[in-house]
Unconditional design. Sequence first.
Length: 204
Amino acid sequence: MIVAVATKRKPKLDALSAAMEHISRQFSGSDWSIVARKTDSGVSETPVTMKETADGAYNRINSLKALLDRHNEEADYYVGMEGGFHQMKLNGRTITFIQGWVAVSDGKITEFGSSPNLSVPDKLAQAVYGDNESLAVAIDRYSGLTDVRNNQGVFGVLTNDLLTRELSFISALITAFAPFYNRMTYEKKKYKDHRRARKGITKD
């Protein structure tokens, strides 16, 4: 199984390798290899809505497929990963969250998955939303560390490394791949819903 991924960043590559250790077992222990290529997301450097983040992951796989096609390369699955912010009004205040999104395609169908949401400090949100600053720059200054993006990530800084950028993307990858490695269950659900609809049964 060849898995092509639209990144060369270490945390994302490490996340994909770790996730494939689990996912490959769901494909009857298929051997797998990773092909990594750098592509553009087609969105802001730091996406600021959930949709923009998901769009970034989706755009990356489209760019990746086009890139591989130009070099006559093929893959069984194409993976795009994108991290970004989004805001929600909860309990009377606006909270900013960071979240990672993953898009996976088999060349015909594209599925999506996401990491957990993690609230970020107001100063970090202000740097991105108010000052239009790149998150990569803002988190380095906020944490006093260097190159956070290519190491533990914002997730690692804010959780004291209990949940690093790599770990957050592992969960997103496992969920995005689920409709492929657990295809029978997904198709069974569609079949049941179809039968219920034919019998005039509605969901509660």
